[in-house]
Design a protein around this ligand. Sequence first.
Ligand SMILES: Cc1cc2nc3c(=O)[nH]c(=O)nc-3n(C[C@H](O)[C@H](O)[C@H](O)COP(=O)(O)O)c2cc1C
Length: 347
Amino acid sequence: MLRVLAEQAEKAAARLPREVYDYYATGSGDEIALDEAAAAWRRYRFRPRIGLDTTTIDTAVRLFGSDLALPALAAPTAFHRLAHPDGEVATIRGVHGAGSLLVLSSRCSRRIEDVAAAANGPWWFQVYLLAETSIGRRVARRAVDAGAGALVLTMDTPYTAVKKRLAGVPVDDDQYLVNFAEHVPAGIDPFQATTQDPACTLDALHELTGYGVPVLAKGVLRGDDALACLDAGAAGIVVSNHGGRQLDRAVATADALGEVVEAVAGRVPVLVDGGIRSGLDVLTALGLGADAVLLGRPILWALAADGAAGVTAALDALRDDLAEGLALAGATSPAGLPPGLVTRTTA
Ligand SMILES: Cc1cc2nc3c(=O)[nH]c(=O)nc-3n(C[C@H](O)[C@H](O)[C@H](O)COP(=O)(O)O)c2cc1C
């Protein structure tokens, strides 16, 4: 793991109340998917190319019309006010300080409009469809109106999986309902209304494509599902097993990525998350055909450790680490990777 990220994780562990730390850190089931996520990237090896002038390295990429300083985004994660009093407002400042992009969670703990007002760069909005079906859609519309450049529909969470280390989510009602309360029909229990919609279908994905921004499907682990999402109008795919928080024993994203990339065959960008903790993890993902990666917990630890500055420091360190990896692998940019850069070890 990159040193800065490890130090921030340690600082966060020391600083956060135990139940908050556990809420962020935990996986579902026996945490097999969680445990395998980071290790899976490390089973791949590089076949570096020599002989290239690597005086100038440029980690920048363009994604859905946005120029990013590095091919790494902040993944959607819930309730940032548990990590920092300013919550997602601090996160977005930190992310934009590093020239990256925040995918704001449907379960964010600040008002969408307040996060948007603090933005100094591009951001996307992650959509959960909720039991009272009008609510998730209204919230998604508000996000687009507030400036979200894309919607990311999370499709691996028809139910929230039980987390072994948790008695409950350690969040107060205000934070939980901050973006939902105004949309809950009278006479309906707001907590019941805002549980997950178990029918997060391809039709729902298709419906969101009418909201005027690109829609990405998140939680894809199979080539056939990726193609079905494209047929439903997805403009991008996010290979994810929800950081090991949904179906335990779901395949590691490092191992699912190749199948999805092959199926998509360059038609749309493919992103991946889960256990990305260093520039070489990013380089591996790029080598396997991803256009960009997302980081979940490292951003939460950075936010808890040092607020917005911590988030910027984490992403800056990742960019520098990736730049070194690119140079040593024989590339000057993410677009110029040597063919066949990555191979899987047999061990
Ligand atoms: C505390 C926590 C909350 C999360 N909340 C959401 C969420 O609201 N929506 C979503 O699509 N994914 C959510 N995720 C999953 C992340 O978007 C991402 O897939 C995952 O964290 C990536 O793995 P990593 O944490 O190993 O980087 C959450 C993950 C964590 C750790």
